[in-house]
Design a protein around this ligand. Structure first.
Ligand code: ATP
Ligand code: 9VF
Ligand code: MG
Length: 275
């Protein structure tokens, strides 16, 4: 039995286990911790079991599913049509998005067979819908999609290889930067997430308006038109913004790592389920 005053040493494996068992947003100082690994692990495990039972009793709703439903209801009320396009898409779509030449993003694509890939973004499906709905829907055409996207990623706390994108866009009248910033403000105020707008640029669209929460990019937004529109049969002004739902959850719940917010068999609503 160690004397209570003596510092307990934790191995890196033990530290990771303890960190994973902390409540969402909770912190710990290992150097000040008096309890042994076994004591700490069993205390935290009991707390997390209580958390999961609390979720079951109070809501039974999954954060990611709930956020998709909440945003969907909000945008439908704003006059945007909900679209669901394929997740498995021809690789040619990505070449047409200019990603063929963009070395970085093209190396991040999960290819399937010879001709297909998992979509890394929602723009191709939305381009096709904008073209098909032009002269069908009233002006301006407003549509959005929420769904899985896939990118090979190497770094850390704000990237998942499987994540959920929201992309809304408007084509036709009133496609101004002011309108785009207004839509972003309405959405993020509705979700209760603080943000800041900064100028950026990307290979696919050129200039972008990036929406930041502290150091994390929540969204890239663009004021069209852009030259690539021609290749998609789109010939009207547009505005659009792409948001990561897991990043919105990370910001809202102050998760240390985006893994707590993603599709997972290790966390439920940011709470460890390895109990
Ligand atoms: P980053 O520079 O952070 O890798 P990006 O600029 O390449 O992101 P975009 O192509 O602008 O990402 O995608 C739109 C939004 O989708 C991002 O602002 C972000 O919220 C989300 N997103 C992109 N990649 C990921 C990822 N790997 N994991 C989680 N969310 C992502
Ligand atoms: C902005 C982020 C080209 C009119 C069909 C919609 C947009 C979103 C940028 C996203 C991307 N673009 N991940 O386009 O809304 O595509 O890189 Si449309
Ligand atoms: Mg971006």
């Amino acid at each position: 039995q160690q004397p209570k005053s003596r510092k307990t040493e934790f191995t890196p494996l033990q530290k990771n286990r303890i960190l994973s068992l902390l409540g969402p947003g909770e912190m710990i100082s290992f150097s000040k911790e008096k309890r042994s690994f076994a004591e700490l692990e069993s205390t935290l495990t009991l707390e997390r079991k209580k958390d999961i039972r609390g979720i079951y009793e109070n809501s039974r709703e999954n954060y990611l599913g709930k956020l998709e439903r909440t945003i969907t209801e909000f945008l439908v009320d704003m006059g945007f049509l909900e679209v669901k396009s394929p997740i498995l898409i021809p690789f040619e779509y990505m070449e047409r998005m200019g990603v063929g030449e963009d070395k970085k993003l093209s190396e991040q694509i999960f290819r399937v067979g010879d001709n297909m890939c998992l979509r890394p973004m929602l723009a191709p499906g939305l381009y096709n819908h904008l073209r098909k709905f032009d002269n069908v829907l009233p002006d301006p055409v407003r549509i959005f999609e929420i769904g899985p996207c896939y990118r090979k990623e190497s770094d850390g706390n704000s990237h998942l290889e499987e994540f959920t994108m929201l992309n809304f866009c408007q084509m036709g009248s009133n496609c101004t930067r002011e309108e785009l910033e207004y839509l972003i403000k309405e959405l993020l105020d509705f979700l209760g997430i603080e943000y800041e707008i900064v100028a950026d640029s990307c290979m696919v669209y050129g200039d972008t308006i990036d929406v930041m929460h502290k150091k994390m990019e929540l969204s890239s937004a663009v004021v069209g038109p852009v030259p690539m529109d021609m290749d998609w049969g789109v010939n009207k002004p547009w505005i659009g913004a792409g948001f990561g739902l897991e990043r919105l959850l990370k910001a809202k719940h102050d998760f240390k790592n985006i893994k707590r917010a993603g599709r997972s068999e290790s966390y439920y609503n940011g709470v460890s389920i390895n109990l």
